[in-house]
Design a protein. Structure first.
Length: 437
C-alpha cells in the first residue's frame, strides 16, 4: 500500500494539474506566436526551462559557446520533472514570458499543444539548412509532431535497449535474448553467476515498462483506430502475467522505484540485464557512479511475433520546444538550430548526453566508438513507435501503474486487476470523448 500511495501522490498531482489547466486554455493548437508581439533586435538573454538530466547538462555546455559566439546570455531554470508541463501551460494562460524554451517529455506534448502553449515549428524546420531535417529519419521527425504539425525538436533519442552484463552472460554461456520466451527461459540460468537475473520496475514507471513488453510482443494498450482499451484481452493479460513473473528475479530497490532505481541496481549490484531507454548509457558507463564500466554491452530488446499486431519497440527521448508567448521566438529558434546542429553533436556526446539520432550521427564511427549503443539506435528507429499521443495518456498510465502495483503485491489477481484497469481507463477515454464506447 505504501508503494501505491507514493505513485498516486506524484502522478495524480501531475494528472490533475494538467486536466485542470487544459480546460482554461485555447481549445485549438498553437499557431505562429498566437499574436504575441515580437521584440525587435537581438535579445540580451534567452531563458530555458529544464529538468536535471544529462540532456540539460549538455545544453548548458553548448550554450556557453553560443553566448561566446552571439553575446546572448542563456539562463537555465532547473525544476523538478513534474513541474515542467504545469509551468509551460501557466505561462500561456497568464500570457507571461517567464521562459522562451522548454525541455519537454513526449507524453506531455498532446496537452501542451491542446492548450496552445507551444509554437508551431514547421516553417522554421523546413527553411533552416543549418538544422538540416534531411539528416533525420521520418520516425524521428514525427516524434516532435502532434496533430501532424511539429511543435518540438528531438533533444535526445532514446529507444528502449537491452543492457546486459557481458561477464555474467559469458559465465552462463548465454547471449542476449532475441525473444521474450528466450529471456524467460534464460532467467534461472543467470541467477547462478549473478545475484539477480534482471532489474525491472513495478512502481511509479511500471505502466511504461509493461508497455515495452506488450508492444515488443505484438500487443497494444489501445486499438490504434478507435482508442478502445485492450488491457482486458487474453493476450494483454498473458503478457502481464509474464511481466509479473519476472519480479521474483528483480531487486527490491528497482521493483519499488523507476528507471533511475533500475539503472542504479544494474550499476551497483550483480544484475544481469535491464531494459531501459538508451539515454541511461552515460550513467551506467560513468566510472564515478558505476561498478560495471567495461563489463556491459547493449542489444535490441527482445521481440516476439505472436500478438495481433506487429512487434514494435517504444521510442523515448526528450523534446525541446519554444513557448508560444515568448517575445523572442526567432532568437529561440536560432539557439535551438545552433545547439542541435550536426556540428554540435560531439559536444553532446562529450557532455555525457544521448544526442538526437541524426542519420549522420549513428553512422559516425568516432561517435559510435564513444557511445556503442548508437549502432543499434538507427535500426530501433525504423521499427519504433510511441505510446498514443493523447492528453489522457498521463491518467491512463497512472491507472495501469496502480493496477500493476496491486497485482505484483498479490492484492488482486491478474484477471481482476487488468479488467478493472481496462474499465477505469475506458471511463476516462469516454468522458474525454476520445472513445465512443
Amino acid at each position: 500500500m505504501k508503494r501505491i500511495s507514493k505513485a498516486s501522490a506524484i502522478v495524480v498531482g501531475l494528472s490533475l494539474t494538467l486536466m485542470g489547466c487544459s480546460g482554461g486554455g485555447s481549445s485549438g493548437t498553437a499557431s505562429g506566436g498566437g499574436g504575441v508581439p515580437q521584440a525587435t533586435g537581438q535579445p540580451d538573454k534567452l531563458t530555458i526551462l529544464v529538468t536535471n538530466t544529462p540532456s540539460a547538462t549538455a545544453l548548458q555546455a553548448v550554450a556557453k559557446d553560443y553566448t561566446a559566439k552571439t553575446g546572448i546570455k542563456i539562463e537555465f531554470v532547473v525544476v523538478p520533472y513534474a513541474q515542467i508541463p504545469t509551468k509551460v501551460i501557466l505561462a500561456k494562460q497568464s500570457n507571461s514570458a517567464t521562459f522562451d524554451i522548454a525541455q519537454i517529455d513526449g507524453v506531455n506534448l498532446p496537452t501542451l499543444v491542446q492548450t496552445g502553449a507551444l509554437l508551431s515549428l514547421d516553417s522554421h524546420i523546413d527553411a533552416d539548412k543549418t538544422y538540416n531535417k534531411a539528416d533525420f529519419s521520418q520516425q524521428l521527425l514525427d516524434y516532435g509532431k502532434q496533430d501532424n504539425a511539429s511543435y518540438a525538436l528531438p533533444l535526445s533519442t532514446e529507444p528502449t535497449l537491452q543492457f546486459y552484463r557481458t561477464d555474467l552472460y559469458d559465465q552462463a554461456g548465454l547471449k542476449p535474448a532475441t525473444t521474450w520466451q528466450e529471456l524467460i527461459a534464460d532467467a534461472p540460468k543467470l541467477q547462478a553467476p549473478g545475484e539477480y537475473p534482471m532489474a525491472m520496475v513495478y512502481g511509479l514507471s511500471s505502466a511504461k515498462d509493461y508497455a515495452e513488453m506488450l508492444y515488443t510482443s505484438g500487443g497494444r494498450m489501445f486499438d490504434p483506430k478507435t482508442y478502445k482499451p485492450l488491457l482486458d484481452t487474453a493476450y494483454a493479460k498473458q503478457i502481464m502475467q509474464q511481466y509479473l513473473d519476472l519480479s521474483k528475479y528483480t531487486p527490491a530497490s528497482s521493483a519499488t522505484g523507476g528507471y533511475a532505481e533500475m539503472a542504479t541496481a544494474f550499476s551497483q549490484l550483480n544484475v544481469a540485464q535491464i531494459y531501459a531507454p538508451s539515454g541511461w548509457f552515460s550513467t551506467i558507463n560513468n566510472p564515478s557512479q558505476s561498478k560495471v564500466v567495461g563489463k556491459f554491452s547493449t542489444a535490441p530488446p527482445p521481440m516476439t511475433d505472436a500478438g495481433p499486431y506487429s512487434p514494435q519497440n517504444l521510442l523515448y527521448g526528450w523534446l525541446i520546444g519554444i513557448s508560444s508567448v515568448s517575445p523572442h521566438q526567432q532568437a529561440a529558434w536560432d539557439f535551438l538550430s545552433y545547439v542541435l546542429s550536426p556540428a554540435n553533436v560531439q559536444a553532446f556526446v562529450d557532455a555525457g548526453a544521448p544526442p538526437p539520432a541524426r542519420i549522420s550521427t549513428t553512422k559516425n564511427p568516432d561517435l559510435v566508438a564513444k557511445l556503442p549503443y548508437l549502432s543499434v539506435v538507427q535500426d530501433a528507429m525504423k521499427e519504433g513507435t510511441v505510446l498514443p499521443r493523447i492528453p489522457e495518456l498521463t491518467q491512463c498510465i497512472l491507472i495501469l501503474s496502480q493496477a500493476i502495483s496491486s497485482m505484483e503485491s498479490g492484492q488482486v489477481s491478474v484477471d481482476n486487476g487488468m479488467t478493472k484497469a481496462n474499465s477505469d481507463i475506458t471511463d476516462v477515454l469516454v468522458q474525454a470523448g476520445r472513445y465512443k464506447g
